[in-house]
Design a binder for this molecule. Structure first.
Ligand SMILES: *Cc1c(COP(=O)(O)O)cnc(C)c1O
Length: 401
């Protein structure tokens, strides 16, 4: 059995041992309900308060009570958009990008189908960069909220959200960002921005699964999506998931501690893999914007082969990565992100994502560099479209619908 190499950290990360250790007492000894009027509750309430401050520090939130815990990044995204449609009276339009996570896109589709919102999906260019002019033009007196991700999960492309927030405000709209991929990887200081709402998720930063948070700037109205008790100051009902909240606090602390390493050692690993693969494998190129990119993410397209096949062979070698194509209803379609960037059909299929974390090492990079060139060569031998290095592809006409 090959040594396991985990390079799918944008899908989820390993929960850090120190996070787990911090959580465990809150399942057993300190099991109280934070809302209870006795010592059992007070202990937990105090620990949650501390965890909130730890998370606040990671994102540079200025005031207490700007964080609303949710059960996931997805729930945070949904809450932000639904709330804006209710609080922004007389405004029923959403401006978003074509490359958002399904947590935003699927909700927008639903809101559109049910006639509750008009949605503007701003295109990106071949490098995945947002068309800021089109964004500006889409904003108007009917815009309730603009929601643009901080960084794209497939390519790592970083969007100029500070500027986009200012533009949204000029139109009187709220601005939300899905920062699930950015938080913990790049410095974020919300108090120096105009961002109104931000979503994050525990399991993307070595915290537990099943916990997310929505930052809501002081003064911004929030209409709850989940109603019931008075938890989270009435903004999200349901007994607090104390162990996970406390785990997320420790994960936030650790993310701050490792932030510099993310920009240096982790980035260097990613860069070495990128350079090594481009050198060893022809007819391949990096997708996304290499100049504005998360330090941990590499998305590389290998032409004329299927990403799924690459992943299967990598998996046999103990390597976990991810592909740009999503297997929807049996047909292998390139992802909406690859389509939005107009990555040629013959390349979008072979787009493969390697996403690092602080737990990766040089040996991980070596292992991929050792085995992947052989895998690609073998798959190309089987590909009906591969004509040899530097030769145009065989008849392969499908174009995006
Ligand atoms: C993972 C992810 C989400 C969803 O977060 P969950 O906590 O898994 O629901 C949302 N947006 C982006 C960009 C993500 O990468």
């Amino acid at each position: 059995m090959a040594r396991p190499v985990y390079l799918d950290n944008n899908a989820t990360t390993r929960c850090d041992e120190r996070v787990v250790s911090a959580m465990i007492p809150f399942f057993t000894e300190q099991f109280g309900n934070a809302s209870s009027m006795h010592a059992f509750g007070a202990q937990v309430g105090g620990a949650i308060k501390k965890a909130r401050q730890q998370l606040q520090a990671l994102i540079g939130a200025e005031f207490d009570h700007e964080i609303v815990y949710t059960a996931s990044g997805t729930e945070a995204d949904n809450t932000a958009l639904l709330s804006a449609l209710e609080t922004q009276v007389g405004r029923n339009e959403i401006v978003t990008s074509a490359v958002e996570h399904p947590a935003v896109l699927a909700l927008c589709e639903h809101l559109e189908k049910t006639g509750r919102a008009k949605v503007h999906r701003i295109p990106v260019d071949a490098k995945g960069r947002l068309d800021v002019d089109a964004y500006r033009k889409a904003l108007g007196p009917k815009t309730a909220i603009a929601s643009i991700m901080w960084a794209n999960n497939e390519t790592g492309t970083i969007f100029p959200v500070e500027k986009l927030a200012e533009l949204a405000h000029e139109a009187g709209a709220l601005f939300h960002t899905d920062a699930v991929q950015a938080v913990g990887k790049i410095p974020i200081d919300l108090k120096s921005t105009e961002i109104d709402m931000l979503s994050l998720s525990g399991h993307k930063l070595h915290g537990p699964k099943g916990i997310g948070a929505l930052y809501v700037r002081r003064g911004v109205k929030l209409r709850p999506m989940v109603r019931g008790g008075h938890q989270e100051r009435g903004r999200r009902a349901g007994t607090e998931n104390a162990p996970a909240i406390i785990g997320l606090g420790v994960a936030a602390d650790m993310a701050l501690e490792y932030m510099a390493e993310e920009q240096t050692r982790v980035k260097a690993l990613r860069d070495r893999l990128e350079k090594g693969l481009l050198q060893r494998i022809g007819s391949s190129f990096v997708t996304g914007d290499p100049e504005h990119r998360l330090p941990n993410t590499l998305n590389i397209a290998f032409e004329y082969i299927e990403g799924e096949a690459i992943l299967l062979f990598l998996n046999k070698e103990g390597i976990a990565a991810s592909s740009g194509s999503a297997c929807t209803s049996g047909s292998l379609e390139p992802s909406h992100v690859m389509r939005a960037m107009n990555v040629p059909y013959t390349a979008a299929h072979g787009a493969t994502r390697f996403s690092f974390s602080r737990e990766n090492t040089d040996a991980d990079v070596d292992q991929v560099l050792d085995v992947l060139p052989g895998i690609i060569a073998r798959l190309r031998q089987l590909s009906p479209f591969w004509q040899g290095e530097g030769k145009a592809a065989a008849e392969f006409a499908p174009v995006y619908a």
